[in-house]
Design a protein around this ligand. Structure first.
Ligand code: PLP
Length: 455
């Protein structure tokens, strides 16, 4: 079955929406297991819906729940290839039969994955550390910078998310109720305003000022004797809105950081690996080359895998003072996953698909915005799209109750889509990169019919 390939195993299941056959669970075991597990399973993900769907399997850009209902998955920035990819499943099965162990050995796949990653990045980024998650990758990036600069100050962008370890949590404000309440954060954390061209101080009028002011505040810090060891940002305004950074934003900020002797870290955990369509990496859109790049999510298509890619001198400096070891980071199976994901992205032209289907999706959403005043704006590049839901176009007041109700209703109609936060109410659309034009239309038509119900 696996050898038969993707299409044979799994034709585009859009047609199955609402009609998918129930999964075989004669014994009730699956249902029972899920219920038991849900009591012990502590995660914020559970709170997106009043009653979280119990997902049992996935096919391409669809999910099936235990009642056999199919959902279009518009939020999965992890499973970029889609769910249940037969080629990936076969590669993992083969490697599990051959070897899986900790990362103390050199074997073909780890060498090849490191080389492939380095080759996918511009010079001089040529040295790779393999880890298990985005949090670990960003944690290590901070350590590299602290060792390199010999000091601790870090500048991060507000409304960003970089992970949940002590250090990455300290620089993440997107999950805080009030991102301006920085009082409880460690003294080495400094932030610059979110460059949000829809809601921020300068809106669309003068977006260049975001970069100029961020660079100025970095120079101020340096003048006060607190030069940053690192500046870290997603090279796309991802977690808070799904929109590109203002043109030239990173170039100006990176210049100020480098004058201070600090390292520029690009967190590509969400946007890297072709999601932006035109670009394989988010930093390309900004025309810069970072000193450190962190990746995860897409790299493993859901398997725990991440990496830090940096310059040789930075890596060697860290190794001369510090220590890095990860038992499972870059294990044989993880390395095979990483390599196969890169092969499939290339062979199935998924970056190209993100470009064309993403453009179609955005143009259809813009048509919808003309008809539905609740849509304040449509942002995005490739298959990372943000739809702002607002109560009025002048003040751009977020619409949290409406947004939550719309997401619930979309789910009833077979679409999983979720907002950023109550403060911002942006539908963050980041589906698997295999999304088809037909499924993009299904999403827009469903949103249209929900909005017609009246909000
Ligand atoms: N960085 C960004 C931009 C993210 O979106 C996330 C996760 O959402 C992380 C880092 C943390 O990655 P992980 O959940 O793999 O630890």
């Amino acid at each position: 079955e696996l050898a038969a390939g993707w299409e044979a195993v799994c034709p585009d299941p859009t047609t199955l929406l609402g009609t998918a056959p129930a999964l075989t669970d004669d014994t009730g075991e699956v249902e029972g297991l899920l219920r038991r597990r849900s009591e012990a399973f502590a995660t914020v993900q559970e709170h997106y819906y009043r009653e979280p769907p119990r997902i049992e399997r996935g096919w391409r850009h669809h999910l099936l729940d235990t009642d056999g209902r199919a959902y279009l998955d518009m939020i999965n920035n992890v499973a970029v290839l889609g769910h249940g990819h037969p080629r990936l499943a076969a590669a993992v099965a083969r490697q599990l039969h051959r070897l899986n162990t900790n990362s103390r050995f050199h074997y073909g796949a780890v060498v090849e994955l490191s080389e492939r990653l380095a080759a996918a990045l511009p010079a001089p980024l040529d040295t790779v550390f393999l880890v298990n998650s985005g949090t670990e990758a960003n944690d290590l990036a901070l350590r590299l910078a602290w060792a390199w600069a010999g000091r601790r100050e870090v500048v991060a962008v507000r409304e960003a998310y970089h992970g949940w370890s002590d250090a990455t949590d300290a620089i993440s404000t997107s999950v805080a109720d009030n991102p301006d309440a920085l009082g409880t954060r460690p003294g080495w954390v400094h932030t610059v305003p979110a460059p949000n061209s829809y809601r921020g101080a300068y809106r669309r009028a003068d977006t260049a000022r975001y970069g100029q002011e961020a660079a100025a505040s970095i120079r101020d810090l340096t003048a006060q004797g607190l030069p940053p060891a690192a500046f870290i940002a997603e090279p796309y305004y991802g977690n808070a809105g799904g929109m590109a950074l203002p043109d030239g934003y990173l170039a100006g900020v990176y210049e100020a950081v480098r004058e201070a002797g600090g390292l520029c870290v690009a967190d590509e955990v969400q946007v890297g690996f072709g999601r932006l369509g035109e670009y394989f990496w988010g930093f390309e859109q900004q025309g810069v080359v970072p000193d450190v790049v962190t990746v995860a999510k897409a790299m493993g298509n859901g398997h725990p895998l991440g990496a830090v890619i940096t310059r040789r001198d930075i890596a060697e400096h860290y190794r001369s003072e510090g220590y890095f070891f990860s038992s499972a980071g870059g294990s044989p199976v993880s390395s095979v996953v990483g390599l196969t994901v890169m092969d499939i992205l290339r062979d199935e032209k998924l970056q190209e698909n993100a470009r064309t289907v993403g453009a179609h999706l955005r143009s259809r959403l813009l048509e919808l915005a003309d008809r539905h005043p609740l849509i304040g704006a449509v942002h995005g590049t490739g298959l990372y799209v943000g739809v702002e839901l607002v109560r009025d176009h002048q003040e751009r007041t977020p619409a949290p109750e409406e947004t939550a109700a719309i997401c619930e209703r979309m789910r009833e109609l077979g679409v999983i889509v979720q907002p950023t936060s109550d403060r911002m109410c942006v539908l963050k659309i980041k589906p698997p990169l295999c999304l088809t034009r037909e499924s993009a239309d299904f999403f827009v038509d469903t949103l249209d019919s929900v909005l017609r119900e009246g909000w």
